[in-house]
Design a protein around this ligand. Structure first.
Ligand SMILES: [Zn+2]
Ligand SMILES: [Zn+2]
Length: 377
């Protein structure tokens, strides 16, 4: 059995991650050791690396999205579907761990808001045992409270990486939107979060799905997922986009708008394109990113607007994202545009920062990746 694991560690903000080796700790009751098959590089990892996320403590192993194979279990453990887990099983797990006993967990049934909630690869430092607490590593130690989803062996596991973060957050947005079948939907922002929103809109039975984004490649992915109208904000003025949306919604605006961009201007545009009495759901802000001005009468009161914020996600949303992906696995393979070995984690962060990649993943047990897209420049 392996006794050590390599990991890429964030020791100083804005400086390259460094490869470190950690001892694999002895498991306690309920704990699971996973061999990471793929770790997602999230847009918010870039923000953490830049020191813009108030939640993190250095040194730390980044990476809150992952899939892998169980190599050790202490005690009996079942996944959320009731399947008994064993060594060799391929699994996805919920990235957040909550207390399960507080006002949010138990009274309001919104564990995503639990004040004790923490996330592997975000709130965890690797300064003390069990060290292996982030996904940019060969192995990850998951504590007893972690929720698992067993994945059938024939499924291409790597493709499922985004289910645990952007997929689950988009699911949360739809969960809160009260969207109805037949509704017209606007998705603002076409990163992984926006692409998932288009896919959810389609599966929820939207009659129209309008996507606004800045890159043609990503807008075309949205089209493949069911967007009926794509609007490139670099080629159309805001007024032209507004006209296009009004034309397809009988002059009313959309029933539900989803802000998935994390830009105040994007949220403002979403509000302006939502019909009277419609819902505007904002899920794009993972960290502080500025303010905006609203006309309280026209934008909110007279409009009878339902403005819904979305913070992270719960186990049920990871389930929703996973099932959505399993239904359209072939389409979702297009999301993973870049694959890197663990040693090139810094390249992966760079390529997510420049938005050259839709989604980059790390493959900690592959020394050389043959993907033609793996950024060599
Ligand atoms: Zn993420
Ligand atoms: Zn709680």
């Amino acid at each position: 059995m392996k006794t050590e694991a390599r990991a890429m560690v964030l020791e100083k903000f804005n400086e390259p991650l460094v490869m470190r080796t950690f001892p694999i700790p002895r498991l306690k009751e309920g704990e699971v050791l996973v061999k990471i098959e793929a770790a997602g590089v999230c847009g918010s990892d870039v923000h953490m690396w830049e020191g813009r996320d108030p939640r993190i403590r250095l040194p730390m192993i980044l990476g809150h999205e992952g899939v892998g194979e169980i190599v050790e279990i202490e005690g009996e453990k079942r996944d959320v579907y009731g399947t008994l887990l064993k060594c060799g099983d391929k699994v996805l797990w919920n990235r957040g761990v909550t207390c399960g006993h507080c006002y949010f967990c138990k009274v309001k049934m919104e564990p995503s808001l639990c004040p004790q909630r923490w996330v592997y690869g975000i709130h965890t430092s690797c300064a003390e045992p069990p060290y292996l607490t982030g996904n940019y590593a060969e192995y990850l130690l998951l504590i007893g409270k972690t929720d698992f989803f067993k994945i059938e062996p024939e499924v291409d596991l790597q493709v499922l990486v985004p289910a645990s973060c952007s997929g689950a957050t988009a699911a949360h947005a739809f969960d809160l939107s009260r969207m109805e079948s037949g509704d017209s939907v606007l998705v603002q922002g076409v990163g992984p979060l926006g692409i998932f929103a288009v896919a959810f809109a389609k599966s929820f039975g939207a009659s129209q799905i309008i996507a606004i984004g800045g890159t043609e490649e990503r807008l075309n992915i949205c089209k493949a997922f069911g967007a009926t109208l794509i609007l490139n904000r670099n080629r159309m003025s805001q007024e032209e986009r507004k006209q296009a949306v009004l034309e397809t919604t009988h002059g009313r605006g959309v029933d539900a708008a989803f802000e998935m961009a994390g830009e105040p201007a994007a949220l403002k545009e979403c509000i302006s394109l939502t019909r009277t009495g419609g819902a505007c759901v904002s899920a794009g802000f993972g960290e502080p990113h500025g303010t905006m001005e609203l006309d309280c009468f026209h934008d909110i009161g007279r409009k009878n607007l339902r403005l819904q914020g979305v913070w992270v996600s719960e186990v049920r949303h990871t389930h929703m994202a996973l099932k959505l992906m399993l239904n359209r696995l072939q389409d979702f393979t297009r999301l993973i545009t870049h694959r890197f070995p663990l040693t090139q984690a810094n390249d992966a962060i760079r390529i997510m920062k420049t938005k050259e990649a839709v989604k980059a993943i790390l493959l900690p047990h592959s020394a050389h990746i043959s993907s033609p897209l793996a950024g060599e420049d």
